[in-house]
Design a protein around this ligand. Structure first.
Ligand code: IPD
Ligand code: CA
Length: 264
């Protein structure tokens, strides 16, 4: 597979940052036993990875803006383009030595996500997508799952954190989906949840309370893999509302019905 110059820029930046994250993940295991835990160390790892990404992308595409988890919004001189960057998606997993985390980078052009890269350093899985060119996992084309039986489906979700979101609504949504789905999962890295829908591992996924950097790359990944994406209430632009739902056409429609029932 021949990568476009843009995709080469993005994957090079992500791979560079991943080397730093991977080294630090090795250290985290040693820090679990200390009473303080690896909290500060992980925050530093996160910031380091973001700095590497920002510098590499800035060098290759000067003037583009940034929306970053750690450093916030940086306006660019080129107002058509901005990067949405999550240097470490799945921070809690990383902190606990759980190998389910990723770097996610999406490029927005004139309000549309046109390129996305999600890389899982622990499993060496690179998910890439460009608008109109399909989605790939380690250079092989990926497609959403073809299943059309809820009872056979594995549905992923995100749990609201302590002190955040509507826990009652989540419990109702969970009960509604649980009554019909073959199985449910909460893996803890939104970008990978989306990538897993794109490659057919999960049949559908929903979560509320996300940010643009969690989902920019993943939304494109799912769409380019033939999937359907909306927010958790069925509104077309999840980046604007901060919630998401996706799956193949059938699963997405069924999931939205179950979520709607839970909301009442
Ligand atoms: C989090 C993860 C998690 C999701 C949270 C996100 P972070 O991102 O994607 O799966 O449930 O809402 O904030 O903080 O680990 O980058
Ligand atoms: Ca995240």
């Amino acid at each position: 597979m021949i990568r476009s110059p843009l995709m080469t820029v993005m994957t090079d930046a992500v791979m560079k940052a991943s080397r730093s994250l991977k080294r630090d993940f090795g250290e985290v295991e040693n820090l679990q036993v200390s009473r303080k835990g690896p909290g500060d160390f992980v925050s530093a790892a996160d910031r380091k990875a973001e700095k590497i990404l920002r510098e590499a992308l800035e060098k290759a595409r000067p003037g583009y803006g940034f929306v970053m988890e750690e450093s916030g919004i940086v306006e660019g001189t080129d107002t058509s383009h901005r990067w949405h960057i999550d240097p470490l998606d799945g921070t809690t997993n990383f902190l606990h030595g759980l190998p389910q985390f990723a770097i996610s980078v999406g490029l927005e052009r004139d309000g549309q996500i046109v390129a996305g890269v999600i890389y899982d350093p622990a499993k060496d899985e690179l998910f890439i997508a460009e608008k109109g060119k399909g989605a790939y996992l380690n250079n092989r084309r990926i497609r959403v799952a073809g299943r059309d039986e809820m009872a056979e489906a594995v549905i992923a979700c995100g749990l609201p954190h302590i002190g955040k979101g509507d826990h009652g609504l989540f419990l109702r949504e969970c009960a509604s989906v649980m009554a019909h789905a073959g199985g449910m999962r909460r893996f803890g890295a939104a970008a990978l949840d989306l990538a897993y829908v794109a490659c057919g591992r999960f049949d559908a996924y929903w979560e509320r309370g996300l940010n643009s950097w969690d989902m920019a790359a993943g939304i494109l990944m799912v769409r380019e893999a033939g999937g359907f994406v909306a927010d958790a209430d069925g509104v077309p632009n999840p980046m604007a509302t901060g919630s998401i739902s996706c799956g193949n056409e059938y699963m997405h429609r069924e999931l939205l019905k179950l979520l709607k029932k839970a909301k009442g």
